[in-house]
Design a protein around this ligand. Structure first.
Ligand code: IPE
Ligand code: IPE
Ligand code: MG
Length: 247
C-alpha cells in the first residue's frame, strides 16, 4: 500500500497548521541567495494544498510571514512581499477551480498595499468555495493575535457589551483571528527546529507536533501523508489516562 492509501480518512485532522521553514538553508546548500529558496518553496506549497484538499482536510494554515520576520534585511522582506503578490495572482484561478477558499490571519494592514489588494481580490473570488479553507498567516504571531483579541474584548467591555464575568475560553476564541475555525490537531514544522516561533499559541494548546528535518522547498505530498500517518498513530489523551479513552 502506498502512503496515501494508508491514511485513515475517518481520522483526518480537520485543521493542519504548517511552519514552512528552511528556505534559506535550502538555497545556501545550493550556493544560491535566500530568495531562491523562497521561490523554490512555491512547489511545496502547491503540493501541500493539493494533497490536503484531495484528502478532505477542512483547514490548512500556512505560516508564511511572522511578525518577527519584519526584522529581516529589507531586501529579503521586499522580495518576499513581491513573491506573495505574484504567487497569489498566479494561483487564485487554480484555488478557485479546486473549490478552495482563501483566508488570511495576521496584521495584514501592515502589508504593502499591493499585497493587500491582491489578497482582497483572491479572497473575494474564492469566498464561496467549500472544499477546503487555505489560511495564510501573514504578519502573524500568536502574541499579536492574543493582544488584538484582548483589545477588542476590552473595547466591548468599555462599551458595555461584555462583562468580565461573561468571558470564558470560548469567548476568547471568538476574538482571535482564527474565530470559527477548529483548533489545529496537527502542526508540521520543517527544517528540524523544535520550537513554535510565536505561531498559534492559544490554538495549539493540544496540537500534536510533527517535526521533520526536511527543508520546506523539498516538502511534497508524500511528506504530508507521512505526517498525517504519524498523527494517526498518536494517542491523544487530553489529560486523561490511557484506560479512560474509549476506542
Ligand atoms: C521560512 O524559511 C520562510 C520564512 C520565514 C518566510 P526561512 O527563510 O526561515 O529559512 P531558514 O530558516 O533561514 O533556512
Ligand atoms: C517561522 O520561521 C516563521 C515562518 C515560517 C513564517 P522563522 O525562520 O522565522 O523562525 P525562527 O526565527 O527560526 O524561530
Ligand atoms: Mg527559518
Amino acid at each position: 500500500m502506498n502512503l496515501r492509501e494508508q491514511v485513515d480518512l475517518d481520522n483526518l485532522p480537520k485543521h493542519i497548521a504548517v511552519i514552512m521553514d528552511g528556505n534559506g538553508r535550502w538555497a545556501k546548500q545550493r550556493g544560491g541567495l535566500r530568495i531562491f529558496g523562497h521561490k523554490s518553496a512555491i512547489t511545496a506549497v502547491r503540493e501541500t494544498v493539493e494533497a490536503a484538499a484531495e484528502l478532505g482536510v477542512d483547514y490548512l494554515t500556512l505560516y508564511a510571514f511572522s511578525t518577527e520576520n519584519w526584522s529581516r534585511p529589507a531586501g529579503e522582506v521586499t522580495a518576499l512581499m513581491q513573491l506573495l503578490v505574484s504567487s497569489i495572482r498566479k494561483e487564485t484561478s487554480t484555488l478557485n477551480k479546486n473549490n478552495i477558499r482563501l483566508l488570511t490571519i495576521g496584521d495584514t494592514a501592515s502589508l504593502p498595499s499591493s499585497c493587500q489588494k491582491e489578497l482582497r481580490e483572491a479572497m473575494d473570488i474564492t469566498k464561496n468555495n467549500t472544499r477546503m479553507t487555505l489560511v495564510l498567516a501573514l504578519s502573524y504571531s500568536g502574541r499579536w493575535d492574543i493582544t488584538q483579541a484582548v483589545k477588542k474584548m476590552a473595547l466591548e467591555v468599555e462599551q458595555g457589551n461584555l462583562t468580565a464575568g461573561e468571558i470564558e475560553e470560548s469567548t476568547i476564541a471568538q476574538y482571535l483571528a482564527t474565530a470559527g475555525m477548529p483548533d489545529p490537531e496537527l502542526l508540521i514544522r520543517t527544517s528540524g527546529e523544535q520550537r513554535i516561533s510565536n505561531f498559534l499559541l492559544w490554538q495549539m494548546a493540544y496540537t500534536e507536533l510533527y517535526i521533520t528535518d526536511l527543508l520546506w522547498p523539498d516538502f511534497r505530498k508524500e511528506h504530508l501523508y507521512k505526517a498525517i500517518l504519524a498523527y494517526q498513530s498518536r494517542e491523544r489523551r487530553f489529560g486523561k489516562t490511557s484506560e479512560q479513552l474509549i476506542k
